[in-house]
Design a protein around this ligand. Structure first.
Ligand SMILES: *Cc1c(COP(=O)(O)O)cnc(C)c1O
Length: 495
């Protein structure tokens, strides 16, 4: 009853029922035209195995109810088009609309992946050009656009390292991974058949060369390194690190998810990286689709090219494009066709729209923005690695934790100030991390608003920590049991 009264007040702000709760027998959102052929019972056509009279619990609602329900729900979303989205490690930058216009062009959007090469020259050229641009940006020699995400790019890269070392006589046993790495790194190495050995970072948050030296035994296949690392710090000794790994017969994999800090300024190939991936859905402005298509191209040095996934798009001597599937050393296919083609189209549109100068500028702006946030918050939030950062900065909740307020509580309160939270509790080497990545998309006004919100929260915590512990106050529901929501989601309404 109370619910109903609340609902009656305003449609826009009310807590939406499940669509299942709106059901009313006999209602339907569709009306089919009268049959102009004789009717046949469905189970006669399909067989009774494939025919159901009723879908249990299926909501019976009108078209308008469906439209209103989902339109209202859509207004609850917070996205990169709504405001600052400073989720560290995720590069939640603006997705320019020109990318969408280009991706929807008829020939690009509707070409079939089985179209014969002669009829798919435009699409093949898009793939070839995108790979060529990414090769130029990274300094690497060859690129595959096939992997569908960063993590799959890692898997592809490590499988190539394995194939290469196996051919040299011994695939070896271990992959070294710094303790600041993204969780996907050890997962990818393990799935590729390696055992993971962690190496500790030094006081500056970077790879400790002495520690690396000790760990580099002759059964180490390689090092997986993120640069800049997940603390937003550039591994200044990267060239020495690569040299050391190479001198012991290992290879260097670079997790390039943080390329937003390097594009147009530094090329991983130049500092010795053998293979890396990029995240088109981070650095190159293709949308992060809630679990939907992403793209994690891998880029390699020439000696790893024979191992790239198949098919490889090639440009022939007469200027046409073809798919090469005849490379006996290839690790095989990691994804259908040439990967998520639409992502390549969007990334190419972004790269060409910006050009060299524009890409360099985005990098410089991303780094400037992160340093601005870092500098303006470090008097109120503990900065465990106090040095200029790259595209993101990482605070710890040490000072607030002394008053019982942790990074997650601060993040919840930030929602009341109208911002998407930063990344909480990652990287793991910082206890109670607040990882902030504003990206180049944020202008100064918005950054200042965010900084003011963070400063106000720090003051609230000084004055009344209990108040902050119960945030958020402005949302339809406040503190959720997030673990249960993720592990045991209730997706069906049961009357
Ligand atoms: C995002 C990210 C990944 C994984 O990329 P997905 O596309 O989410 O699989 C790997 N490493 C780092 C450092 C990242 O930030």
């Amino acid at each position: 009853m109370e619910n109903r009264i609340r609902h009656a007040r305003t449609h826009i702000t009310r807590n939406e029922d499940l669509i299942f709760e709106r059901t009313s027998p006999g209602k339907s959102g569709v009306e089919l035209p009268p049959l102009d052929v004789p009717s046949v019972p469905a189970d006669q056509l399909l067989g009774s195995d494939f025919h159901r009279d009723e879908v249990e619990g299926f909501p019976e609602v009108s078209e308008l109810e469906v439209i209103r329900h989902f339109t209202r729900l859509s207004t609850w979303n917070y996205g990169v088009d709504t405001g600052l989205y400073p989720l560290g490690s995720c590069t939640m930058k603006y997705n320019p609309r020109v990318n969408e216009v280009v991706a929807r062009l008829d020939g690009l959007a509707t070409d079939h992946p089985y179209a014969p090469e002669a009829l798919a020259q435009g699409c093949l050229r898009v793939l070839h050009e995108t790979a060529r641009c990414l090769a130029e940006i990274t300094g690497m020699d060859a690129v595959s656009l096939q992997p569908a995400a960063g993590a799959q790019g890692e898997l592809t890269g490590i499988l190539m390292i394995r194939a290469c070392l196996a051919e040299r006589g011994n695939p070896r046993k271990y992959i070294l991974i710094p303790d600041s790495a993204h969780g996907t790194n050890p997962a990818s190495a393990t799935i590729s058949g390696y055992e993971v050995r962690n190496i500790k970072s030094n006081a500056q948050g970077c790879v400790d060369l002495a520690e690396l030296d000790r760990a580099l035994t002759e059964d180490v296949a390689g090092l997986m390194l993120t640069n800049p690392n997940t603390l937003g710090i550039f591994e200044a000794k990267i060239a020495e690190i690569c040299e050391l790994v190479h001198s012991r017969g290992g290879l260097v994999y670079m997790d390039g998810a943080n390329m937003n800090a390097l594009v147009g300024v530094a090329r991983p190939a130049d500092f010795g990286v053998d293979v890396m991936h990029l995240n088109l859905h981070k650095t190159f402005t293709t949308p992060h689709g809630g679990g939907g298509p992403g793209s994690g191209p891998v880029a390699v040095k020439r000696f790893l090219e024979p191992y790239l996934p198949l098919p490889v798009v090639e440009k022939t001597a007469d200027g046409t494009y073809r798919l090469d599937s005849s490379r006996p050393k290839s690790i095989g296919r990691v994804r259908a066709f040439c990967g998520n083609f639409g992502m390549a189209v969007r990334a190419l549109a972004y790269i060409l729209a910006n050009g060299y100068e524009g890409l360099r500028q985005t990098t410089e702006d991303a780094v400037l923005n992160a340093n601005y946030v870092m500098t303006r918050l470090k008097d109120l939030y503990d900065l465990p690695y106090d040095q200029p950062c790259m595209h993101e900065c990482v605070f710890s909740d040490r000072r607030q934790a002394a008053r019982g307020v942790r990074t997650m509580d601060i993040a919840k309160r930030l929602i009341d100030y109208g911002f998407h939270p930063y990344t909480t509790a990652f990287p793991l080497i910082v206890s109670g991390a607040l990882m902030i990545e504003p990206t180049e998309s944020a202008g100064k006004t918005e950054l200042d608003e965010f900084i003011e919100a963070m400063r106000a929260i720090a003051e609230e915590i000084e004055e009344d920590p209990q108040f902050v512990l119960k945030a958020p106050y402005s949302t339809r529901v406040s503190r959720l049991d997030e673990a249960t929501a993720a592990r045991k989601p209730i997706l069906r309404w049961k009357p």
